[in-house]
Design a protein around this ligand. Structure first.
Ligand code: ADP
Ligand code: MG
Length: 284
């Protein structure tokens, strides 16, 4: 029982209008697979290319917020306040050191959200409705073109809010033996959300993370995932790179910490591929 049964029965009105940002949720119920690292660094890479990016930190651990150098004292208004309806999303947003990259930070309060919201009818749509207002009545060039949602390692109400709000899901998958385990459960949840809460939801792609080319197992996992998921898997793989893991302790994206390292190069390449897929989606 993963706690999400019974919440797939709300209304699902029209969500995504023109002039709205593209909303991508980084989801995988496994912890430690690279969701947060990808949110921070894909977000930074997209901002570097000229996109205006908002990261929404939906993990009570707040690793995306910390990794972007947002002090806990600067989280007086957080995604928790937004989801319980006590603040507008704009009020929770703070800038980061990266131009065009902003974040709505999270706090531990978020872990109580499920209890707090109880069985309120719109509980799965709190984030969707908060994002719907995001680009309304804002000064020119302060609208967002991308929203990246960093999900917690669980298929709970928080993740369902992310999936109900998103256009598409981006799944970080670690190149390790159990990579595919859990993927089918994730895909089932996406399907369940599609049939009940968000009919337009798609899988944007699967990004293989922490790839180590010298490791036979890593290569085997890549082959298996590509066979199982076909062209849903991005060509770009994120290599295991110590610079990527060091960067958050300095409160910096790896692209700022060490632009030339292989991890930074990979995230820039991933951003290009994500934008390319967006173009293809629009023309089809
Ligand atoms: P999740 O958000 O899915 O729990 P994280 O992004 O926090 O996963 O990553 C888990 C751990 O792995 C973190 O300590 C992070 O620094 C490290 N890590 C992530 N990607 C890489 C990488 N490409 N190379 C080395 N370490 C990485
Ligand atoms: Mg995380």
């Amino acid at each position: 029982m993963n706690g999400i049964d019974g919440i797939f029965n709300g209304d699902s009105g029209t969500v995504h209008e023109a002039g709205q940002p593209r909303i991508l949720a980084l989801a995988n119920q496994k912890g430690g697979v690279g969701k947060t690292t990808t949110a921070i660094n894909l977000g930074t890479a997209l901002a570097a290319i000229g996109e205006r990016v908002l990261i929404v930190d939906l993990d009570p651990q707040g690793n995306a917020s910390t990794g972007l150098g947002i002090d806990r004292r600067n989280r007086s208004c957080s995604t928790y306040d937004v989801l319980i309806g006590e603040a507008k999303l704009r009020e929770a947003i703070v800038p980061t050191a990266v131009p065009r990259l902003h974040i709505a930070a999270s706090t531990m309060d978020l872990s109580g959200l499920e209890l707090e919201l109880g069985t309120t009818r719109d509980r799965a749509f709190r984030l969707r409705d908060a994002i719907a207002d995001l680009n309304k009545n804002v000064a020119p060039d302060t609208d967002y073109t991308y929203v990246l949602i960093d999900c917690p390692p669980s298929l709970n109400l928080i993740t369902v809010n992310a999936m109900a709000a998103a256009h598409a899901i981006l799944v970080p998958l670690q190149c390790e033996f159990f990579a595919l385990e859990g993927l089918s459960q994730l895909l089932q949840t996406v399907e369940q959300v599609r049939t009940t809460l968000n009919p337009a939801l798609t899988i944007h792609g699967i990004v293989l993370t922490m790839f180590d080319s010298r490791n036979n197992l890593s290569n085997q996992v890549v082959a298996d995932v590509r066979e199982f998921m076909g062209n849903k898997v991005y060509e770009t793989m994120i290599p295991r790179n110590v610079r990527v893991s060091e960067a958050p302790s300095y409160g910096k994206p790896v692209l700022v910490y060490d632009l030339k390292c292989v991890g930074s190069e990979a995230y820039l390449k991933l951003a290009t591929e994500v934008i390319q897929r967006e173009r293809e989606l629009r023309t089809h």
